[in-house]
Design a protein around this ligand. Structure first.
Ligand SMILES: Cc1ncc(C[n+]2csc(CCOP(=O)(O)OP(=O)(O)O)c2C)c(N)n1
Ligand code: SF4
Length: 502
């Protein structure tokens, strides 16, 4: 159907069958909604629900502005949780209240995208108050559509921060009393007190005239983002006939007659910022900022990235607290960083300081890392039997497991990965400190996999291990781990000064 580009209104079209088509679904919606096999033609919203109208206005604005391929729609927890079944755009569904934070992340990573945070009043003004205030205050270049229906719809009608004075809800059955529950929050006004937001308006889905105003506001908010100007926020007063226990027509009337007087419609902010802030990440590499680049220079390691034989190399280190599990992961990531790789380190540990289980995920990569979570590591370093049993089945097929012991438990079923048993604790003990067990493992890992340079390991150990008396033990432990591989695993191989064995 042809669209008038100025007004955004679709023009009637004469169809082949002789009928005049005056109305059709926006192309930004999927043709069929796959949520339920028997309901592919309709949304899950109740008849008369404002979410359906708000979706329509947003989809049409995206279409008119030609933004479909660029849009990422962040949907909340609330009745609109299933928005991703309807919008044929990029979609992210996030935890309750976190949409502005997730939208911030998407927008900062992909500044060319149009990122929409779509939220209800429980989501935005209760559990997510901090997220929206700070995203607005930072002037994130996102667009927020705030659907205010004065109630928690999805969970059956609890009081929302926007519930009107005197309005009954399941948690304020006597009607909201300011002395007990406080006054309704006016989010648009609140956000307009901040310096950064560029466009803030409140509209209402109460009647056709106001819906047309809402259509313009939605479009303007998206344009504000499209222009790269800044943060835009549209509060949409919206009927919830089901929870209000009102007929859809009466519910619309209630928006007009009861909600609008309490939440006046207005443009609260419409400004062109004096200068467009550039919140793109600093161009200096992290290694420069941390002043570690110069340490790598001159060693020949700054161009080592090209020497690495992998595109991505993942390690999981697991054991109990006190075994240096997390430190070993940190050493590996620091080494990778110094060798010019992208790295990530993700720790996981219980509340106990000692003896609780601990593990960490390490990723060394020549490319940007998508996620720090590693489900199937190339290498598992199991510092104890519990970790071996728990994580060995996750090791990648054809991967490698280093197990801190002389031999495997008798009943252990070998996984698809190769296992190297190395009595790292006993070796470290002999060298003078069990604490160096993780460094023995590090030596073995470097020697067997050649993932990083042993020379980098020594530099990192020198910089990171503050206790001078441990340095000698660590140096010996690193060498002992490498020698163990040469003597018992790769028999005949000899460690070379560059860290590799021939
Ligand atoms: C962390 C968390 N706390 C509470 C809930 C329960 N919960 C689901 S939706 C919702 C409120 C939804 O209300 P609103 O944001 O106004 O959206 P509506 O359903 O009215 O569109 C709540 C409290 C949850 N899912 N997660
Ligand atoms: S409960 Fe209310 S907000 Fe939720 S879908 Fe129904 S009418 Fe819409």
């Amino acid at each position: 159907m042809a669209t008038d580009l100025k007004t955004g209104i679709k023009q009637a079209e004469l169809r082949l069958d002789g009928y005049e088509s005056t109305h059709s679904k926006s192309a930004v919606f999927y043709n069929q909604y796959e949520r339920k096999t028997d309901l592919q033609h309709q949304t899950h919203y109740c008849p008369g629900c404002g979410h359906g109208v708000a979706h329509k206005l947003i989809a049409e604005a995206i279409e008119e502005l030609g933004l479909q391929d660029k849009t990422v729609f962040v949907s909340p927890v609330g009745c609109s949780v299933f928005a991703y079944y309807y919008f044929d755009t990029g979609n992210v569904q996030v935890a309750h209240g976190r949409a502005p934070a997730a939208a911030t992340a998407v927008k900062r990573c992909c500044p060319e995208k149009i990122v929409i945070s779509y939220q209800g009043d429980g989501d935005l003004a209760a559990i997510g108050t901090a997220e929206i205030i700070h995203a607005a205050n930072r002037g994130e270049k996102i667009t927020v559509f705030f659907v205010n229906n004065a109630i928690y719809g999805m969970t059956g009608g609890q009081m929302a921060p926007t519930t009107l004075v005197g309005q009954k809800s399941t948690t304020s059955p006597w009607g909201r009393r300011p002395g007990n529950e406080g006054f309704p929050l006016h989010m648009a006004e609140l956000i307009a007190t901040l310096e950064a937001p560029v466009y803030v308006e409140r509209v209402a889905l109460s009647d056709n005239k106001n819906i047309m105003k809402a259509r313009r506001a939605v479009r303007k908010a998206l344009e504000t983002q499209h222009d790269g100007t800044g943060f835009s926020f549209v509060e949409i007063l919206s009927p919830c006939p089901t929870i209000w226990a009102k007929d859809p027509v009466v519910a619309r009337k209630w928006v007009a007659e009861t909600m609008i007087p309490a939440f006046p419609l207005a443009v609260f902010r419409d400004k062109k910022p004096e200068r467009i802030e550039n919140n793109a990440p600093p161009v200096r590499p992290v290694a420069d900022v941390l002043e570690i680049a110069t340490q790598a220079k001159g060693t020949g390691l700054d161009c080592a990235k090209h020497a690495h034989h992998f595109k991505e190399f993942t390690v999981k280190v697991a054991g109990f607290g006190g075994q240096g599990v997390l430190l070993l992961g940190q050493l590996l990531t620091e080494m990778g960083m110094r060798e010019g790789l992208d790295v990530s380190w993700l720790p996981s540990y219980g509340p106990e300081m000692r003896s609780g289980s601990a593990h960490c995920h390490v990723c060394l990569s020549k490319e940007r890392i998508g996620s720090p979570v590693i489900s199937h590591p190339d290498v598992l370093i199991a510092m104890n039997e519990v970790s071996l049993r728990k994580f060995a089945p996750q090791a990648a097929a054809g991967g490698l497991i280093f197990y801190n012991n002389e031999r495997l438990p008798a009943d252990f079923v070998l996984p698809q990965a190769r296992v190297i048993c190395i009595p790292a604790s006993a070796i470290a003990d002999k060298l003078g400190s069990t604490k160096a067990t993780n460094i023995v493992m590090l030596g073995a890992l470097l020697e067997e996999t050649e993932c990083l340079f042993a020379e980098t390991a020594m530099n990192v150990l020198r910089d990171k291990i503050k206790r001078v008396e441990m340095m000698d033990v660590n140096r010996k432990a690193l060498a002992a781990g490498r020698e163990f591989i040469d003597n018992y695993v790769r028999v005949g191989a000899v460690s070379q000064p560059d860290g590799f064995a021939y």
